[in-house]
Write a protein that binds this ligand. Structure first.
Ligand SMILES: [Zn+2]
Ligand SMILES: [Zn+2]
Length: 220
C-alpha cells in the first residue's frame, strides 16, 4: 500500500545517510495530502541546498514553507526558496518578519491561534509566545506531530495537537524534554535535533523510539 505520509529529514545535528552533511539545526520535507511542505530550513542555506540535492529534493517543488520558530538554526536556510517569493510561508506570530530571511517573502501567514492549512494539515497555533508545530491528520483519528525545538514543552504541544485527533507520533527537536511518562500515550517517537535525552527515551521505549538524522525517511 502506498504510504499516506512521507517525512524526509533534510537537516539535522546528525546524519542518518553518511553522504549528507550533519549540522546543528533542523529541516524536513513533509509530503502529505497532495502537498510538499518544507518544515524549517536549518541554519545554513548552502548545507540545506546540498543535502536536498543529494536526496533529489527540489525546493521549486515545494507548495509551502512552515517555520516553527524564530531561531537561527530553523530559519537560516530560507534562501533555498527565495527565488519563489510568492510561496506561502507559515510563521508564528512572534517571528520577526522584517528579519533578513523573511522581508522579501510576499506571502507570509502569521499564525497565532490554531490554523488550518488544509483539511488534514494544521498548525497547533503559537504556544507560549514562541513556537507552533505541524499536526498531520491520518485516517482513524491518528495525528502525527512535527516539532522544531518544542520550546513550549512537548506536553503542551501534544495537548494542542490533540484538538485534531489522537496524537500517536512526535518527530523533531524535543528540547529539555524529560517528561518520559508522556511517551506512554504515543506509538512512535523520533527525538532528534536538540533533544538532550535521546538515549534515555531510546532505553525506556525501545519499541517506540525511531532514530533521526539527515536522510531519515518516515513513511506511515
Ligand atoms: Zn529553538
Ligand atoms: Zn533548534
Amino acid at each position: 500500500m502506498k504510504p499516506q505520509l512521507r517525512i524526509t529529514i533534510l537537516y539535522d545535528n546528525t546524519a542518518w545517510q553518511k553522504n549528507l552533511t550533519p549540522d546543528w539545526g533542523f529541516s524536513c520535507m513533509v509530503e502529505f495530502s497532495g502537498r510538499k511542505m518544507l518544515f524549517d530550513t536549518g541554519a545554513h542555506a548552502d548545507i540545506l541546498a546540498n543535502n536536498m540535492k543529494t536526496l533529489g529534493v527540489d525546493a521549486r517543488d515545494m507548495d509551502l514553507v512552515f517555520i516553527s520558530h524564530d531561531h537561527w538554526d530553523h530559519i537560516g536556510g530560507m534562501a533555498v526558496v527565495q527565488d519563489n517569493p510568492e510561496i506561502p510561508v507559515y510563521v508564528p506570530v512572534s517571528l520577526n518578519t522584517e528579519g533578513e530571511h523573511f522581508r522579501d517573502m510576499k506571502n507570509l501567514i502569521r499564525v497565532d491561534a490554531a490554523t488550518r492549512i488544509s483539511d488534514k494539515i494544521w498548525s497547533t497555533g503559537e504556544l507560549k509566545g514562541i513556537e507552533h508545530s505541524m499536526a498531520l491528520c491520518l485516517p482513524d483519528d491518528e495525528v502525527v506531530v512535527v516539532a522544531g525545538c518544542s520550546h513550549p514543552g512537548v506536553r503542551e504541544i501534544v495537548k494542542a495537537a490533540g484538538a485534531f485527533g489522537n496524537v500517536t507520533t512526535v518527530i523533531g527537536g524535543l528540547h529539555g524534554f524529560d517528561d518520559y511518562d508522556l511517551v506512554k500515550s504515543l506509538t512512535r517517537i523520533c527525538p532528534t535535533h536538540c533533544t538532550q535525552h535521546i538515549q534515555e527515551i531510546a532505553e525506556l521505549y525501545p519499541e517506540k523510539y525511531i532514530p533521526g538524522g539527515a536522510g531519515k525517511i518516515f513513511e506511515f
